[in-house]
Design a protein around this ligand. Structure first.
Ligand code: CA
Length: 475
């Protein structure tokens, strides 16, 4: 009988798959993150069920959707006493450690639970000289946060009890806004014009008002703190976008460069300790991110750049090197996957499904063919994205902006007009043409509407009744 594997989960914050070279992105090389893909499996259809930091983290930990975790928006903190995979692994005999960004509140029931040791950043944390909270109190550690957190993770591994398996969560702050690189990467891409996405100058024609009215435009909504310089005077709107895109994407990728370097340090340490064969290594991010697609930064929307999470899994005992899967995988699957690999039962409350058969190269016949998404935070005071829910299949996506939702401090109290979007992801992978009212898609629309209702029932969520529900309208 084999002993349960160690589990290492590296979770970055807002890292789009397109900024990982293993995913074919041309923006930069990520040789260390790519090592995980080369030695393991790349998931090409991994999605979050709510593209926002805290909600996705809560779903990863508990294996449940936002309406079950209670963490629907950024303003709700997690009651960390809920069943979670770290606590269940600890009950199964694992050493469990959390290092890095938690962003689920702290103090009392919001402190991390189920860990032998935890060191977390307060809320978003800082890029430099982070203040770390632990059960023992607060301390400040000098240095660049991505490296500081990795140092601490390496220390946990070095000081482990070798007679028991461990689960290490290394949850980075980077590359979250405000994109402050390490000094060693400050000059990376200097003098180079990075490629622009073909939708950088999107005019939002043919889509929802939600897209047109979102305040996430690189050329308009980023500030001097983000860009580390004021906009040069006299630029046209288009030229502002070109200029700000280069400033933005370079700092974003410089932050990724540090994650990649530190991922290499961690993989080397596992090699050095002789742990590689017995350790599951996962690289993922809490959601995707817009890297200039549709003219945007940030996430929130159900559009693919935001919906999609990178997921790379290395586990030499069970995963063949250099493999990939296009089965739909979800953030709510992570908990059950880890418990399954550890030989521990899942909690009956968990709503995902273990990815273990996919990792072994087989797709069960009854694997899901559609996923359910819901973004709850309605028209916050900054990004101004309306709440919406929807369904994605391999080929289509139906989205309903239902015109209401949960407010947050500083949010507009105004309800918005409900609207629908339907995309054909094969003929229109960039999601530029809403075909919701196109008669050629009547059958698809009916089918997806039925799937949406069914998925909502299955996960225990409820539709929002609106006057125009089901009628829809074009932008
Ligand atoms: Ca995030």
């Amino acid at each position: 009988m084999t002993t349960p594997p160690n589990i290492v989960m590296i979770l970055s914050d807002d890292h789009a798959a397109n900024a990982i070279s293993a995913y074919g992105g041309s923006l930069m090389r990520t040789p260390n993150i790519d090592r995980i893909a080369a030695d393991g499996m790349r998931f090409d259809a991994m999605y979050c069920t709510n593209a926002l930091c805290s909600p996705s983290r809560a779903s990863i930990l508990t294996g449940t959707y936002s309406h079950v975790t209670g963490v629907r928006t950024l303003s709700t903190h997690l009651d960390a006493r809920q069943p979670s995979f770290p606590a269940m692994l600890r009950d199964a005999g694992y050493q469990t450690w959390l290092v890095g960004k938690w962003h689920l509140g702290h103090g009392g029931v919001h402190d991390p639970q189920g860990f032998d040791a935890w060191d977390i950043l307060e809320d978003q944390g800082e890029y430099w000289n982070p203040e770390l909270l632990s059960a023992a109190g607060r301390r400040t550690v000098e240095g660049y946060t991505t490296t500081v957190l990795t140092d601490l993770a390496l220390q946990r591994i070095a000081e482990r009890d070798p007679s028991r398996p461990f689960c290490l969560l290394l949850w980075h702050k980077a590359p979250h806004r405000s994109w402050d690189p390490d000094t060693v990467h400050a000059g990376l891409f200097d003098g180079v014009d990075l490629p622009e996405p073909h939708t950088l100058l999107d005019d939002y024609v043919g889509r929802s008002r939600a897209a047109r009215e979102a305040r996430m435009r690189i050329g308009r909504d980023l500030g001097e703190r983000d860009l580390k310089a004021p906009f040069p005077p006299g630029l046209t709107d288009e030229d502002r976008t070109h200029w700000a895109y280069q400033r933005y994407i370079k700092d974003y990728l410089r932050c990724v460069a540090s994650i990649d370097d530190n991922t290499g340090r961690l993989l080397d340490a596992l090699d050095g300790h002789g742990l590689t064969a017995d350790t599951v290594v996962v690289y993922s991010s809490d959601q995707g991110f817009f890297l200039g697609e549709h003219g945007w930064y940030d996430k929130r929307f159900m559009y693919d750049e935001s919906l999609r999470m990178p997921l790379l899994v290395r586990y030499p005992r069970e995963v063949a090197p250099g493999t990939s899967s296009d089965a739909i995988a979800l953030n709510v699957d992570v908990a059950q996957t880890f418990l399954d690999l550890a030989g521990a039962p899942a909690h009956p409350r968990m709503q995902g499904r273990s990815l273990r058969p996919l990792l072994a190269g087989t797709r069960p016949d009854d694997w899901r063919s559609a996923m359910y998404y819901r973004y709850w935070e309605h028209l916050d005071g900054i990004h101004h994205v309306p709440a919406h829910y929807g369904v994605r299949t391999a080929r289509h996506k139906l989205v309903h902006y239902y015109g209401d939702g949960l407010g947050v401090p500083g949010a507009s109290p105004v309800a918005s007009e409900p609207e629908w979007e339907l995309f054909d992801l094969v003929s229109d992978p960039a999601e530029l043409t809403n075909v919701y009212t196109d008669p050629a898609y009547d059958g698809v629309r009916r089918e997806l509407s039925a799937q949406l209702e069914q998925l909502q029932r299955e996960v225990g969520d409820e539709p929002v009744a609106t006057p125009s529900s089901g009628s829809g309208q074009m932008a």
